[in-house]
Design a protein around this ligand. Structure first.
Ligand code: ZN
Length: 343
């Protein structure tokens, strides 16, 4: 099959286009002929590598994907050849007690597709059948692939872990990232008031188009936690979504109200920062971290996507062969919404 892969870690130039073995499904697995993939920041990190990361090379990136079922493993009865499907990239073992009790993203043998398993920058991929959902007739592969990881992650963080309620105010730090654009929509969907801090006016316009109620430009308002404070009648917000990390977390803690929750699923600006512990105990803050979501979360949020109640914003679409160009665009942070690959 044709795929984009790499043998050594490094910049976008390590990505090669070529032929590699087509994966075949084992029992309870399904082979999908991919039609669309979408990029995530984790693709850039896996490509660059980190100490201790050991992959089977050549490695194929890509967590998100949608396409048609092209082969069925033994024991798979809920799908048939040709079914149009979207992939849940959060893969648990399916057997342990955590998987059995619906906490599959806590599985000890957990994998993210494209990170520790060969992913979707390819014509074919194999995943467990429980990691697939059928697409409604007419729902396009590109939107399905674009929605997958980011809406799944945001739903698990805001709803399942964060317990966001309709009468609450939520601050989203960052306006245009994939998970943030999903978080803004999910928060509006449940009826919360949404404040967004963005790095420039273009990104804030994008947040505005997604339904954000209050926009704060941090290029003009350096101490944005004070602006948040004033926007909330000097109470602070109930919930903060901070997936930026370095540089923003101290201000996020200041922007939270007493008893507030800080949600984090990542750190696009870097993982290491100082925390003033007085904010945590003095304000009774709860910090809730998570990665990806459960099979149930995926079904819940994708149902809303299929119904058009949540909508992935689509940035540029590149042919699979131009994945390196797509990586350059993602790394530059210029995208508004999801960058996708056509396969
Ligand atoms: Zn498990």
């Amino acid at each position: 099959m044709k795929a984009v892969y790499f043998y050594t870690h490094g910049g976008p130039e390590v990505l090669e286009v070529g032929e590699t073995d087509t994966p075949e499904p084992n029992a309870d697995e399904v082979q999908v002929r991919l039609r669309a993939s979408a990029l995530n920041r984790s693709d850039l990190w896996a490509r660059e590598g980190w100490p201790g990361l050991k992959l089977a090379y050549p490695h194929i990136l890509g967590a998100d994907g949608a396409g048609e079922i092209s082969a069925l493993g033994e024991g798979v009865t809920e799908f048939k050849l040709g079914d149009r499907v979207v992939i849940n990239s959060s893969i648990g073992c399916g057997r342990c007690s955590l998987c059995q009790f619906g906490k599959d993203n806590l599985c000890r043998d957990w994998h993210l597709l494209g990170e520790s398993k060969r992913g979707t920058y390819a014509e074919y991929v194999v995943v467990p059948s429980r990691n697939l959902l059928k697409l409604p007739d007419g729902f396009d592969f590109r939107s399905a692939a674009a929605a997958g990881l980011v809406f799944h992650t945001a739903w698990h963080s805001l709803i399942t872990r964060g317990g966001l309620q309709a009468d609450e105010t939520i601050l989203v730090v960052g306006a245009s990232g994939g998970v943030n654009h999903a978080s803004i929509q999910i928060a509006k969907h449940v009826g919360a008031r949404v404040i967004v801090v963005g790095s420039n006016s273009e990104k804030l316009e994008f947040a505005d188009s997604l339904g954000a109620d209050v926009l704060i430009d941090r290029s003009k308002s350096e101490n944005w936690s004070k602006t948040v404070y004033l926007e909330t009648e000097k109470q602070g917000v109930d919930v903060v979504v901070d997936n930026v990390g370095a540089g923003t977390m101290p201000l996020s803690m200041r922007a939270a109200r007493k008893g507030g929750r800080i949600l984090t699923v990542g750190n696009t600006a870097g993982p290491t920062f100082e925390i003033d512990n007085r904010y945590i105990f003095g304000k009774h803050l709860t910090i809730i971290g998570s990665t990806m979501g459960t099979i149930r979360d995926f079904k819940e949020v994708m149902t809303l996507i299929f119904e058009g109640k949540l909508k992935p914003a689509l940035d540029r679409d590149y042919p699979l062969e131009e994945a390196a160009q797509a990586h350059i665009r993602l790394a530059a942070g210029k995208q508004l919404g999801k960058i996708t690959l056509e396969i």
